[in-house]
Design a protein. Structure first.
Length: 459
């Protein structure tokens, strides 16, 4: 067994083979347990040196909503000129895509199977979902906002907006929400309007393929790249290997003028002040406070415990409390300054580290990141998952065993970082390869999915 002490202040170390914690000294009942240099909870009984520290003797310190004070951090990352380029598809509006796909975006779930049949016939990609009708208020707007983000995504060289005709989010209504589009790139079709809806869909997709074929890859600065940051199926090594590696990439990209987006708001609880103090000004700090407190209110509104988060898989992998999970999760954001706070359907506009509203749920989170304009998503995992977004979804293993067993899911192994290996440059270059066209495992396996956040009544 090999033990790793992460921070000099820690009173626990991590067993690098299991991800679980061991006490480095006696810890009295009620005393804080320290990992990453921060409290991750308190001992619920006396813990002897060498004992395992987990759910039977450790509990969260978190309770209720908090008050926050802006204490700006010093020595934040500074951006400069891009030293690297990628070969991407430059769109007429100046946006870039790292893929040149044809996407079918449904206005309503009733046409999911038609979309799937069209995708199978034409080589387009579709993303089934159950919404677009019978929704009220905010849920309806959220659905429209996410679908708008997908339609406008530059990785899609062409988009068929596929409707039924009688839904709340019918094409006529949705066009008003969507606003102006390039009609060469975006085509609309109500299935009820055609005797042979399948033939009409095939015809429109063929036209979109022809339009998209005119785009060719050309060099652009890496500062154009927008990357989403996500973790799922975390374990005790997530905050030691894969998440710090993703954070290193985020810092390297931001230094060259690029942009990253960190989401999963509940997995900021307990580590939110680290992000708040990196906000570039008081306005962004206030937005971050609202982001955190609004999500806590969401829990409270549904009579749920605000600070109950680690899943059974997380706990099996050695994560005990939400503070511990969050302190590991936020490392994906590196040390970059927080430049903006986005909500569902918002488009990334500012270069640097952005925060995005949304839950930790994997499929909802990758959908939100895609709709915000991320060209690709970096997804760390200690337990493994085949999940893929509509955009390339790079799975980063926290440990060697997972990378070996599930090589059909994992794109990059961060496991050697436990032994002190520096993988940052290799990982950066790998991501450039993905941007240049190298397929990720989710693309090879054809795993591309979406899920839209829901909070209200369905008729």
């Amino acid at each position: 067994m090999s033990l790793l002490k992460i921070n000099p202040l820690d009173n626990v170390a991590v067993d690098t083979s299991t991800g679980h914690k061991e006490a480095l000294s006696d810890i009295k009942c009620g005393e804080n347990v320290i990992k990453y240099g921060f409290p991750i909870g308190h001992a619920t009984k006396d813990i002897k040196k060498g004992e395992r520290v987990h759910t039977d003797n450790l509990a969260t310190n978190l309770k209720d909503k908090l008050e926050y004070t802006y204490q700006p951090a010093n020595n934040l990352l500074e951006t400069g000129d891009s030293r690297h380029t990628i070969n991407a598809y430059v769109r007429p509006d100046g946006e870039i895509g790292i893929r040149n796909d044809i996407w079918i975006v449904n206005t309503v779930g009733c046409v999911n199977k038609l979309a799937e049949k069209l995708a199978a016939k034409t080589g387009a990609f579709c993303f089934p979902h159950p919404y677009g009708c019978s929704q009220l208020g905010g849920d309806h707007i959220t659905t429209q906002a996410i679908l708008k983000g997908l339609i406008n995504h530059p990785n899609a060289g062409g988009v068929l907006v596929l409707g039924l005709g009688c839904e709340n989010n019918n094409i006529g209504v949705f066009k008003e929400f969507l606003g102006p589009v390039d009609e060469n790139r975006v085509r609309f079709m109500n299935a009820q309007d055609y005797d042979d809806d399948f033939a009409q869909g095939v015809k429109l997709i063929a036209e979109l393929h022809e339009y998209a074929s005119k785009f060719k890859r050309e060099p652009v600065p890496v500062s154009k790249l927008r990357v989403g940051l996500k973790c799922g199926g975390s374990d005790g090594l997530s905050g030691i290997t894969a998440n710090p590696l993703i954070g290193q990439f985020s810092d390297m990209l931001i230094k060259e003028g690029g942009s990253t987006i960190l989401t999963e708001v509940p997995e900021m609880f307990g580590a939110e002040t680290i992000l708040m103090n990196r906000c570039v000004n008081k306005e962004i700090f206030d937005k971050t406070v609202n982001l955190i407190n609004d999500f806590k209110d969401y829990f409270i509104r549904h009579d749920q415990v605000v600070y109950e988060n680690p899943s059974p898989g997380n706990k099996a992998g050695g994560i005990t409390t939400l503070e511990e999970k969050s302190l590991g999760c936020v490392q994906k954001g590196g040390m970059g300054p927080v430049v903006d706070v986005l909500t569902y359907g918002d488009r990334l506009e500012k270069n640097g580290l952005n925060l995005l509203n949304g839950p930790g749920n994997d499929i909802v989170a990758v959908t939100n990141l895609t709709a915000a304009g991320c060209h690709l998503i970096l997804f760390s995992t200690g337990r493994g998952t085949p999940l893929g977004a509509p955009v390339p979804t790079v799975k980063v293993s926290t440990n060697n065993d997972l990378a070996s067993r599930k090589s059909n899911w994992i794109d990059f192994n961060a496991g050697p970082m436990v032994e002190g290996q520096d993988l940052s440059r290799d990982f950066f270059n790998y991501i450039l390869d993905v941007a240049n066209g190298k397929e990720t495992k989710n693309e090879i396996n054809e795993y591309r999915e979406i899920a839209i956040f829901k909070d209200g009544v369905t008729l």
